[in-house]
Design a protein around this ligand. Structure first.
Ligand SMILES: *[C@@H]1O[C@H](CO)[C@@H](O)[C@H](O)[C@H]1NC(C)=O
Length: 221
């Protein structure tokens, strides 16, 4: 038999706190309907038919009410056949899972109440911006920086002879080398007679000169 006004109050008072609160509202709605002389058919006035003998198998979860055989009426914040799914509003973004009403579990790289914030582990350096790229958090670097955190400067000219790019376009050169790309050898004492410094303290001499600094003239007999 379906629910009638004033019937079965004892049975429906035995739920959890969640369903007790719901049932209070439910009962008040019924009282309003039953005492108001409504023309609505009895038992269906609040929008659904409530069968007090209904059996739900598996049972309704999260304080959901079994209102008809295998039909659960879910408490606020839950949905699904057995009220098994929490729902989150706004929905969890970026692949986050709704753990309980309003609480998202976010995948790596995302945070915030709705997983709407992108978080790059360790941050982005040198003006890099943390953005979602193909569903993953990434640092998007300014043009002169690269690396997962934009930690590596780019030297378009290249750093040669063991030089290290330390800032955009700036090489730090090892001893004995100079120049924008560490391409100029340093000879602490200048090469003479048109000789050329080709590596640190090493001259390449023009004939007929020779010696460490091209200071010797070969004797031609
Ligand atoms: C609900 O299911 C039970 C058996 O589990 C059955 O006896 C009863 O008639 C069903 N009620 C309705 C309204 O179908």
């Amino acid at each position: 038999s379906f629910f009638l006004c004033s019937a079965h109050q004892n049975r429906i008072g035995t739920g959890t706190m969640g369903s007790a609160a719901f049932l209070l509202a439910f009962s008040l709605a019924l009282i309003a309907v039953c005492s108001g002389g409504s023309d609505a058919p009895r038992g269906v006035a609040v929008g659904f038919v409530f069968d007090p003998n209904a059996k739900c198998e598996p049972a309704c979860r999260h304080a959901g009410l079994c209102i008809r055989n295998n039909t659960c009426f879910c408490a606020k914040g839950y949905e699904g056949e057995t009220c098994q799914h929490a729902n989150c509003f706004p929905k969890c973004k970026n692949g986050g899972a709704c753990l309980r009403p309003g609480k998202c579990r976010c995948p790596p790289g995302f945070g915030g109440r709705y997983c709407h914030k992108v978080t790059c582990d360790g941050g982005c350096w040198n003006g890099g911006e943390c953005l979602a790229v193909n569903g993953a958090a990434r640092c998007v670097c300014p043009s002169s920086w690269t690396g997962s955190k934009c930690q590596h400067a780019i030297c378009p000219q290249g750093c040669r002879n063991g030089g290290v790019c330390v800032a955009p376009g700036i090489c730090s050169c090892p001893d004995g080398w100079l120049g924008g790309a560490c391409h100029t050898a340093v000879c602490s004492r200048a090469c003479m007679n048109g000789g050329k410094c080709i590596s640190p303290n090493k001259c390449r001499c023009r004939p007929p000169f020779s010696g460490p600094r091209c200071g010797d003239r070969k004797r031609i007999h």
